[in-house]
Write a protein that binds this ligand. Structure first.
Ligand SMILES: C[S@@+](CC[C@H](N)C(=O)[O-])C[C@H]1O[C@@H](n2cnc3c(N)ncnc32)[C@H](O)[C@@H]1O
Ligand code: SF4
Length: 453
């Protein structure tokens, strides 16, 4: 399936159907993100350069371990991957892990990607491996953005989550140094039962950090993450509203990851503001909050979902729709990532939102949201199933229920064994009342694991 290499993308233009992420084609000078055809090109490509990591996070999707796997892609294979990715245009290319710093060639990889015109970002772990000289080398190599994880407003909360004392302090220091040397920064925070009560304090901390983007991740029960650690649909909803409130005043952009319902909440809030006469700007998913963060020219797109504007390459080269949806549609060692992204049935199906099941399939927000495909897969084994952690009842679904053509939402999820923790949980036969206490994991712990390679 490996296709011939397209020699020169520097000559491609938006009129050829490739995304213009340079901004040259947009009147505002912003990248023409609205013009990207996600059927052809992703906005974001993530390469898990290694699964090695010195942290021991409770929720780690990668189930990271201390040592590198000898079957990881080599430096040369990584460079060929970047050449191939460049054929999409100029997607944001993120080196993730594990901890990318567990690879000695990481600066060389950043330098190569930047030299061929990729916009390079990296997500190191909060450990002493990240030093000021390394940060300076990465910046000199052409890194556009550093993204680090902060999961608590205090060391106690963050370090408990990350499994290693000192991680919070190392992370804060990394952010300070990056700021001092002029490297733009992003914070990733994973919302789970471990830090739900800390969310307001986290909002306050973000305002002090001088970041460009806050990406709020919503736990996906895959890897080491347990279903009982996922907040409920109502708790998700409350966090989305607090994110929106903060976005009105924050000096940085805010987005969700594995929580596309946030885009629905933004639209709902904007419509409500317009009706109340508090809003004069048009309601559009491309306004602030769902739109851009362009301080460093990285920007971001609307409507990205697993396999739809997004592609992930594992440490051994498997091509997934996302790191949280570990179903392989190919492997970069033998397959062409451009061909797989555009044509593999898994990716094509994920992009066809008319095929979504349950209430997501009839939802008025289907195109901007679509529910987390990864979470649907993690809890049901079906990546087209309805997102179980969404509090919204679409108007059309309600009409179908009233007409006797569909089940009420709770019954729908219950019958299929999907749960948002407030519903009976699958796989243990214990009814919901038996574990009514909030935060109590289902017997048997982890949900069906998604381990395909
Ligand atoms: C996979 S990590 C890799 C980079 C680095 N090791 C780190 O921890 O930041 C990237 C982000 O995904 C988040 N993450 C990991 N497992 C997750 C899960 N099961 N559900 C949601 N987010 C998760 C992490 O908290 C982190 O912010
Ligand atoms: S029902 Fe599905 S598509 Fe609609 S807002 Fe909820 S998760 Fe999104």
């Amino acid at each position: 399936m490996k296709a011939e290499r397209t020699p020169d993308l520097a000559t491609s233009t938006p009129s050829e159907g490739r995304p213009d992420l340079t901004g040259a084609g947009a009147p505002s000078g912003r990248p023409d993100l609205a013009g990207i055809d996600f059927a052809q090109s992703p906005f974001l490509v993530i390469w898990e350069v290694t699964r090695a990591c010195d942290l021991a996070c409770l929720h780690c999707r990668a189930e990271a371990v201390t040592n590198r796997n000898p079957l990881e892609l080599s430096t040369e294979q990584g460079k060929r991957l970047m050449d191939d990715v460049r054929r999409f245009g100029r997607p944001l290319f993120v080196l993730t892990g594990g901890d990318p710093l567990k690879r000695p060639d990481v600066v060389e990889l950043v330098e190569y990607g930047a030299s061929i015109g990729l916009r390079m970002a990296m997500t190191p772990s909060g450990t002493p491996l990240m030093t000021e000289p390394v940060l300076r080398d990465l910046k000199a190599a052409g890194l556009s953005r550093l993204a680090v994880s902060l999961d608590g407003s205090s060391a106690d909360i963050h370090d408990a989550f990350r499994g290693v004392e000192g991680s919070w302090a190392w992370t804060i220091r990394m952010l300070e140094v990056a700021r001092e040397i002029g490297l733009t920064t992003q914070v990733n925070t994973t919302v789970s039962m471990h830090n739900l009560d800390d969310f307001d304090a986290l909002c306050d901390l973000m305002v002090q950090l001088g970041i460009t983007l806050w990406s709020v991740f919503f736990l996906v029960p895959t890897g080491r993450a347990k279903s009982g650690d996922v907040a409920s649909a109502d708790e998700f909803e409350s966090v989305f509203h607090r994110m929106y409130d903060l976005s009105q005043t924050a000096p940085f952009d805010i987005k969700s990851t594995a929580g596309p319902q946030y885009r629905r909440v933004i639209l709902q809030r904007q419509v409500a503001e317009r009706r109340a006469g508090d809003r004069t700007a048009a309601v559009t998913p491309l306004t602030a909050g769902v739109g851009f963060s362009l301080a460093d020219g990285v920007g971001r797109a609307k409507g990205v979902n697993d396999g739809d504007g997004f592609v992930f390459v594992s440490h051994v080269g498997a091509i997934y729709p996302s790191g949280f949806l570990p179903l392989a549609a190919g492997n970069v060692r033998k397959d062409d990532i451009v061909d797989v992204y555009r044509n593999a049935p898994l990716f094509v199906e994920l992009r066809d939102r008319t095929r979504l099941k349950g209430k997501c399939g009839v939802c008025e927000y289907r195109d901007v949201c679509g529910g987390s495909r990864a979470r649907a897969y993690a809890v049901s084994g079906d990546y087209m199933e309805s997102e179980p952690f969404c509090a919204h009842v679409p108007a059309r679904w309600q009409r179908m229920v009233d007409a006797g053509e569909a089940e009420p939402v709770a019954e729908y999820f219950e019958r299929r064994g999907l749960t948002d923790r407030s519903l009976p949980v699958i796989d243990d036969g214990v009814p919901a009342q038996g574990r009514a206490a909030r935060g109590q994991p289902p017997a048997g712990g982890q949900m069906p694991s998604a381990t395909a390679t």
